[in-house]
Design a binder for this molecule. Structure first.
Ligand SMILES: [Zn+2]
Length: 274
């Protein structure tokens, strides 16, 4: 199935899109890419950290309201499909399920869009049940309201392609909508780095425990450990800092050291003796 992520195109002048709380709430904060597309527009590629799954998936209308501009987003499975949604301040709103490598052909994908997806569907709803039948027209209207210049042919060319996986198709579609490219915003470091390996790893384990409790609905299945909240906060802090607007590398290293000093003995004592 390849890798999964959300693509989010929205306007956030004077502030990085990744710093908008609505983006983190709706899509998570495991960033893998951020483009500056000029005039305040940004394109982010992001997946939820495991502990964020219970909170993401609220739709894009809140982001339209927060930014006062059109928003385009897609939940993408690399080799399976993309669920593309658009909304604008004037009230335009639509969605379309696109199969990878299939052009405009419609059909089932086998992916569960009601659970591990950020553009989440109600349980039992098929991903194509509420699809727009006029995708090219809707994308043209979306682009016009956003102030971009494109053409029916440019959009149709990408949508008809049978050469593109789920991610590449959304990437090319953003270009086809007439969204200019300004620069990639560099990530100053990876989420998981050797400099803070152990505390981040503990945070990731805590995140999987939280995800397991959400998945099973059973808080006793893998209960929260006393150190989980501190380590989850560290994972969140790293995520809020990779594009340079949160803590510095030095501050993260110091924070990681403090966490190790505070919790290493408790974590070691909790391990079963062999
Ligand atoms: Zn699908």
């Amino acid at each position: 199935m390849g890798y999964y992520a959300s693509w989010v195109l929205a306007r956030s002048p004077g502030r990085l899109l990744v710093d908008l709380p609505e983006v983190r709430t709706l899509f998570g904060s495991r960033w893998s890419r951020l483009d500056d597309r000029g005039d305040g527009w940004h394109l982010a590629v992001v997946a939820p950290n495991p502990h964020e799954w219970s909170k993401v998936g609220g739709g894009i209308e809140r982001l339209v309201a927060a930014t006062g501009a059109p928003v385009l987003a897609a939940w993408v499975s690399e080799s399976s499909c993309a669920r593309l949604v658009g909304a604008t301040p004037s009230g335009l709103s639509w969605s379309r399920h696109l199969l990878a490598y299939q052009g405009m052909k419609r059909g089932k994908c086998g992916y569960d869009h009601s659970r591990f997806a950020t553009l989440r569907l109600p349980e039992g709803e098929r991903p194509d049940a509420a699809d727009t039948r006029t995708l090219v027209k809707d994308l043209l209207a979306w682009s016009a309201e956003a102030g971009f210049t494109t053409s029916r042919d440019a959009i149709a060319h990408v949508l008809r392609s049978t050469e593109l996986d789920g991610h590449d198709r959304i990437d090319k579609l953003v270009d086809a909508l007439g969204v200019p490219y300004a620069a990639e915003v560099p990530m100053l470091f990876e989420h998981q780095e050797l400099d803070w390996w152990t505390p981040w790893e503990q945070g990731h384990r805590a995140a999987y425990r939280a995800c397991g409790r959400w998945t099973t609905g059973d808080d006793d299945a893998d209960p929260e450990r006393p150190w989980d909240a501190d380590h989850l906060a560290f994972v969140d802090l790293v995520a809020a800092s990779v594009f340079g607007t949160g803590a510095s590398r030095t501050e993260l290293v110091e924070h990681a050291k403090r966490l190790e000093e505070q919790w290493a003995a408790d974590i070691a004592a909790s391990r079963p003796r062999v």
